[in-house]
Ligand binder design. Structure first.
Ligand code: MG
Length: 262
């Protein structure tokens, strides 16, 4: 019997960075992996806290690795931010955005646009062009009392060079400068997992969350009531996984471990 058959799930929601690849380097045989999912009749979705690329860019990146997916299968923390904003501002409108093009483009799909004159809220995410004036202007905006949304808390981002500053590093700077805690949107909040299960029409018991980070992927999966598998190709280590309570359902060296005979 395969590991994944033991878990008795119909669907998997996969993190990407540190699970499928590091930047542009695949971590396993990706076409082989997706053949294995389809052979076992497991539906697949992708949920990433990395909001610096749009859904279409992820579809293209996956296609570049020989994996054909549709845009409804990809969920990002920028989308989670859009949904979260929409709850408070159902008509969309002007907001102050500090982030990359993908955040602007994604929020635009939800009816929000960048405005410095009369914004209703501040929305921010990882900005790799970050400079002092951006931090200054954004923190002054937040201090006006506008609601402050931030895409995701991951402090670091795994690359072939090592772990580099992630969105959470920028989040810490803005929170320190403004004295205000952000409303977070991505994992570990259950939002992306709930949206994924809704789109696949599965229950939490039937759904496996796969990730490389205990404090976002695994915590979020557990909070959503899903089964969880942690891979060791990204951020969290086996030692950290052993300390984690409750334990993930599975800790595997890499995502191919789901299809190992046990
Ligand atoms: Mg990851």
């Amino acid at each position: 019997m395969l590991q994944i058959q033991k878990l008795n799930v119909k669907a998997a929601i996969l993190d990407m960075d540190g699970v499928l690849w590091r930047l542009t380097t695949p971590l396993v045989d990706l076409p082989g992996l997706f053949n294995a999912f389809s052979k076992n009749n497991i539906q697949v979705m992708f949920a990433t806290n990395n909001g610096t690329a749009t859904v279409d860019q992820y579809v293209k990146k996956l296609a570049g690795f020989g994996i054909s997916v549709e845009s409804w299968q990809v969920l990002t923390s920028a989308m989670a931010t859009g949904y979260s904003l929409k709850k408070t501002f159902p008509n969309g409108g002007p907001i102050y955005i500090m982030g990359e093009k993908a955040l602007h483009d994604t929020l635009k799909d939800f009816g929000f646009y960048h405005d410095t004159q009369a914004p209703q809220a501040v929305a921010a995410g990882l900005t790799r062009e970050l400079d002092y004036n951006m931090l200054k202007d954004t923190s002054l905006m937040i201090q006006k009392g506008l609601p402050f949304y931030f895409t995701n808390p991951d402090p670091t981002y795994p690359t072939p060079e090592g772990n580099i500053p992630g969105a959470g590093t920028v989040l810490a700077a803005l929170e320190a400068a403004s004295g205000v805690k952000a409303k977070l949107a991505g994992k570990p909040l259950p939002f992306l997992f709930e949206l994924g299960m809704q789109r696949m029409n599965t229950t939490p018991e039937e759904t496996l969350v796969v990730g490389d980070r205990l404090d976002t992927d695994i915590l979020g999966g557990q909070k959503s009531g899903c089964k969880t598998a942690m891979v060791l190709t990204g951020i969290s280590t086996r030692e950290e996984a052993e300390q984690w309570q409750p334990q993930p359902d599975l800790v595997i060296p890499d995502i191919m471990g789901l299809f190992e005979e046990v």
